[in-house]
Design a protein around this ligand. Structure first.
Ligand SMILES: *Cc1c(COP(=O)(O)O)cnc(C)c1O
Length: 222
């Protein structure tokens, strides 16, 4: 059990100042999260709504829960009351549903738009041009119960580090461009969520300020 704490501590020492760590606890028991919590960590990431909801009920209320997986519109309502940050917003329809649920719960829900940077077909996300078109639209400006606070991306799952670096670099460039050029009340770009256990060092070198790490903290998943 102590190895969770050790892994977390050494990882936190390794991360540069200003780079946040989301400890990805999906498939792991609440007791593992409690160990990390007891060593002072508060940000945890889950990718399934049902699992997120039941862990939220069971664990301390000051945990900041990150929804990192693909989110279906009909499930937004279950996490809207408490979720800290939704990383994988990949359609306009989903963002609108989050806005609707934010309104119902009388809160503004922070979101990251997921950008499709990998060369794989299977990854969700907006293309770069879709993001710019959408963020510049009336439709986006009208949403008052969501705040787009950043971008999220996943690189291709490959040993080719140059390719991974190039994909992260592309996302960082888009992030800077939107941050500098686009302005709206509900657009406050601060978070660039990129990097997992296998590629976080590359992601950080390319400008990530939030990494999502699971297996390097909690061990491999079965
Ligand atoms: C599972 C997952 C992670 C963490 O993966 P590890 O390889 O265990 O670090 C990060 N991001 C997303 C979106 C995930 O689904």
């Amino acid at each position: 059990m102590n190895s969770i704490k050790d892994h977390l501590t050494s990882l936190l020492q390794e991360l540069p100042k200003g780079c946040a760590l989301v400890a990805v606890s999906k498939t792991k028991p609440a007791s593992d999260i409690q160990v990390a919590y007891d060593s002072g960590h508060r940000d945890f990431g889950e990718n399934k709504v049902q699992e997120l909801v039941s862990k939220e009920e069971e664990l301390p209320k000051d945990i900041k829960w990150h929804m990192i997986g693909h989110l279906q519109r009909n499930k937004v309502k279950y996490i809207a009351p408490f979720v800290h940050l939704i990383h994988g917003v990949d359609t306009v329809k989903l963002l609108k549903e989050i806005d609707k649920q934010g309104r119902k719960n009388e809160r503004v829900i922070d979101c990251l738009l997921q950008v499709h940077i990998a060369k794989e077909e299977t990854k969700f996300g907006f293309s770069e041009s879709e993001i710019e078109t959408f963020l510049g639209s009336e439709e986006a400006a009208e949403l008052t119960h969501v705040r787009v606070v950043g971008l999220m991306g996943m690189a291709t799952n490959t040993d080719n580090e140059e390719m991974v670096a190039a994909e992260f670099r592309e996302l960082k460039t888009l992030f800077n461009k939107i941050k500098n050029d686009m302005h709206a009340a509900n657009l406050q770009l601060e978070v660039l969520s990129m990097g997992m256990s296998g590629d976080y060092k590359i992601a950080i070198a390319e400008g990530s300020n939030m990494v999502r790490i699971g297996s390097s903290i909690f061990g491999s998943r079965h």
